[in-house]
Design a protein around this ligand. Structure first.
Ligand SMILES: [Fe+2]
Ligand SMILES: [Fe+2]
Length: 354
């Protein structure tokens, strides 16, 4: 197992409301940089730099322990807080927030479990059709996130290029999963196309609404979906492994995983440094092995996104390391968390200006 290391700096959250250090998590593989590029943060604030060194696993066929790294059925935001600072802040606001998080996650788990039961009933003996439906649905939340982020950007409420970049790269990755399933014949029956496309439309509007009200809840819902996708492919690899190893890979999979331009492939893997994962595709087993790993990366990103403002593009993190003293071309950032927060801040800003 080869390893590469990456050091990243994390700004103190003392003055920048966008960064919540108390809930910033470092994954087992690579630290997240919760650094805010805002002009206001860069100027006039004494910065504390925390250097975190982490290890990135290079892509090999070793067992990558991702199952343990995401457990959407728990309540990570609730469980892990409180022990870190030792402050025991049992304020009523904190208690209400914990209750809201538990409620959001319980609703998400109920919804995903219900959909999984329907899929289990309809697709228990038709693997590729099931994967086609899953991949048609899987792209939707990323497009929904981008739709809402575009709207916030237009209104000047929220501006984070990294979120748009990463979510587009995730949807690009899911689109290639979908193309692979189509090449394997998963979309052959009209009913599967009809069902998946109609679920996708409903899912889009549901995700937009959820993301407007509570980005944390929407990201947790996606984490549940991605976790199911990971488990589905993992089970498939274990049950059909030998057969898959004797089957040639689809051409679209070879082109996607071994192409010359891997920028977007690196871009969605926010817990890895760019160029640290380069798959080899010799057979269909390799294809599903890599799809499963992609789903694991989506899971980790969706989990990280539940902490507002933390997400950084892997290429931005790399750039930060190269040009630490060069602010470069920094876009002015706006800040808000969900539409209620956006409206409140927008109104209070207008009041101050009057
Ligand atoms: Fe996928
Ligand atoms: Fe996924």
């Amino acid at each position: 197992m080869a390893a590469a290391s990456l050091a990243s700096s994390v700004l103190s959250a003392n003055s920048c409301a966008s960064i919540r250090r108390r809930s910033l998590r470092v994954s087992d593989f690579l630290s997240f940089s919760g650094r805010d590029n805002s002009v206001s943060c860069r100027r006039g604030i004494s910065r504390k730099l925390y250097t975190v060194k982490a290890t990135v696993l290079k892509d090999e066929k070793e067992k990558v322990v991702v199952e343990e790294s995401f457990q959407p059925k728990g309540f990570p935001n609730v469980d892990s807080e409180g022990s870190g600072s030792g402050e025991n802040e049992s304020t009523s606001a904190g208690a209400v927030e914990s209750w809201v998080i538990k409620f959001e996650q319980s609703v998400n788990i109920f919804l995903t479990d219900s959909v999984i039961k329907v899929l289990d009933t309809l697709y228990h003996d038709r693997d590729y059709a099931r994967f086609f439906v899953l991949e048609t649905i899987a792209r939707v939340p990323y497009f929904a996130f981008m739709s809402v982020l575009h709207m916030y950007e237009s209104f000047g409420w929220w501006r984070r290029a990294d979120y748009l970049k990463v979510h587009f790269a995730e949807s690009w990755n899911e689109m290639h999963h979908l193309l692979i399933m189509e090449e394997l014949g998963g979309n052959a029956w009209w009913f599967d196309r009809f069902l998946s496309q109609h679920i996708a439309v409903v899912y889009y509007f549901m995700t937009v609404f959820m993301y407007l009200i509570s980005p944390r809840m929407a990201y947790h819902f996606s984490e549940c979906v991605e976790n199911h996708a990971y488990a589905t492919y993992d089970k498939f690899l274990k049950s059909r492994g030998e057969e898959l190893k004797k089957t040639p890979p689809p051409e679209v999979a070879v082109k996607y995983y071994t192409g010359s331009d891997m920028y977007l492939f690196d871009e969605f893997q926010t817990s890895r440094a760019p160029n640290t994962r380069r798959p080899t595709i010799d057979n269909l087993y390799d294809v599903f092995w890599n799809i499963r790993e992609d789903e694991g990366e989506h899971c980790k990103t969706m989990k990280a996104c539940q902490t507002h403002g933390v997400l950084r593009s892997p290429h931005s993190q790399l750039q930060d390391g190269l040009d630490d003293n060069d602010p470069g071309c920094v876009l002015p950032q706006a800040e808000c968390e969900g539409i209620v927060d956006c409206l409140k801040k927008s109104i209070s800003l207008q009041d101050k200006q009057m």
